[in-house]
Write a protein of this length. Structure first.
Length: 138
């Protein structure tokens, strides 16, 4: 697996609002995956945001290593997978919900509709990546 940073063409693909799945570790060490939205920040970290009451929040705090696979929209054969570590956590304050709104606008063009539940954000620092199809490493 090549080390970060991603080459420019792969980074450009990864920055798109692609369907994605994130994998985390359960307390037992077994993997668990779930569909997710993600956003690549200017510093290269990957923003994830979730309901603050989800079990995976505590699991990710206990085991901060994650993997994320983004599939090129409409062309699943082309995909980018990253591995990394959660390097920061922040509450996505209920009054603003700025992070989930950024993600929702990236994927839907509108703000996030459900404003009833607390949200939490984390940022993943990419350590390694793997690509396939048009994103395959040379």
């Amino acid at each position: 697996m090549p080390k970060a940073p991603l080459p420019d063409d792969v980074a450009e693909l990864f920055r798109q609002p692609n369907p994605a799945v994130v994998a985390v570790l359960l307390p037992s060490g077994a993997p668990m995956s779930v569909a997710t939205w993600y956003l690549v920040e200017d510093d290269g970290t990957v923003l994830l945001n979730m309901d603050a009451e989800r079990a995976r929040v505590s699991w990710m705090k206990e085991h901060p290593e994650v993997a994320l696979t983004a599939l090129k929209d409409g062309e699943w054969y082309t995909h980018v997978s990253i591995r990394g570590r959660v390097v920061r956590w922040e509450a996505d304050e209920a009054a603003a919900m700025a992070d989930i709104d950024r993600l929702a606008r990236h994927y839907t063009g509108s703000e996030y509709r459900n404003r009833e539940r607390a949200r939490i954000s984390c940022w993943v620092e990419i350590s390694n990546w793997h690509g396939w199809g048009a994103a395959k490493a040379d």
